[in-house]
Ligand binder design. Structure first.
Ligand code: ADE
Length: 244
């Protein structure tokens, strides 16, 4: 099946290096699985501007700094650029996601839920809206957006990096997309802890040896060591996680 992801943005070119590189790029180019292919479509919001200078924003009612993205232009981008162009009978066939500091804070758990039940589900295609400037007219958000996510308590100048963060961290949980199934289970945060330290060649680096237990081949002992190291690493680097 094909899962279409639509991205409404003023800067589609920001996504090019993301799509060109690595395992997530391959996944979103539709190259990681025959049975489940992602198809990314970019809609440039500016193409739906109705003004002489192709603007998409205006000053806020009530005054204040910055500019606000217009609801009417975003609506056209969504209805014409996505619904009509994609042949959707109803907006109910789409999950419309807006990234903003107001949204559900993105964690590994939220990423897994999103990866399994939204990104990896055949039910609905997904639309991401990348805001810019001071934000988007509230009337558009309240009428058309179905999910809000924040990638953390800080303010980005636009939603594009948040969308890439969401896609990159959630695609790992889509069944059949990540090559090594076990690796997402072993990754940091899956059990509330960070990863144990890893070593590879050379065996000796600037006077430092690889821990000898890793060279002895006792699988059970290695697992026990890795568990202890996880605890120690978490205590040392992220004690806040143990409190949780
Ligand atoms: N847009 C601006 N800031 C953001 C944030 N912290 N998370 C998601 N989208 C944003």
């Amino acid at each position: 099946m094909i899962k279409r992801i639509w991205i409404l943005t003023l800067f589609p070119e920001m996504f090019k290096p993301f799509l060109d590189c690595g395992i997530a790029g391959a996944a979103f180019r539709g190259e990681r699985s025959e049975d489940f292919k992602f198809e990314l479509h970019f809609v440039n919001i500016r193409d739906y501007s109705t003004t002489k200078y192709k603007s998409v924003d205006d000053s806020p009612y009530g005054g204040g700094p910055g500019m606000v993205m217009r609801a009417d232009i975003l609506k056209d981008a969504l209805l014409k650029g996505v619904q009509e162009a994609g042949g959707y009978e109803s907006l109910d066939q789409l999950e419309v996601v807006y990234t903003s500091p107001r949204g559900t804070v993105w964690t590994n758990k939220v990423a897994r839920d999103f990866g399994v039940s939204i990104l990896g589900s055949p039910d609905k295609d997904i639309v991401f809206i990348a805001g810019r400037y001071e934000g988007v007219d509230e009337r558009f958000l309240s009428k058309y957006v179905t999910k809000f996510y924040s990638i953390g308590d800080y303010v980005l100048t636009g939603g594009e990096l948040a969308i890439m963060t969401i896609l990159d961290s959630a695609v790992r949980f889509v069944p059949g997309i990540l090559g090594n199934k076990l690796s997402s289970e072993y990754d940091s945060f899956e059990d509330g802890m960070i990863e144990f330290p890893q070593y590879t060649k050379p065996r000796e680096f600037e006077g430092m040896e690889v821990p000898s237990i890793l060279l002895e081949g006792h699988h059970k002992k290695i697992q026990e060591w890795q568990h202890q190291e996880k605890l120690a690493m978490t205590k040392n680097w992220r004690p806040d996680l143990l409190k949780k």
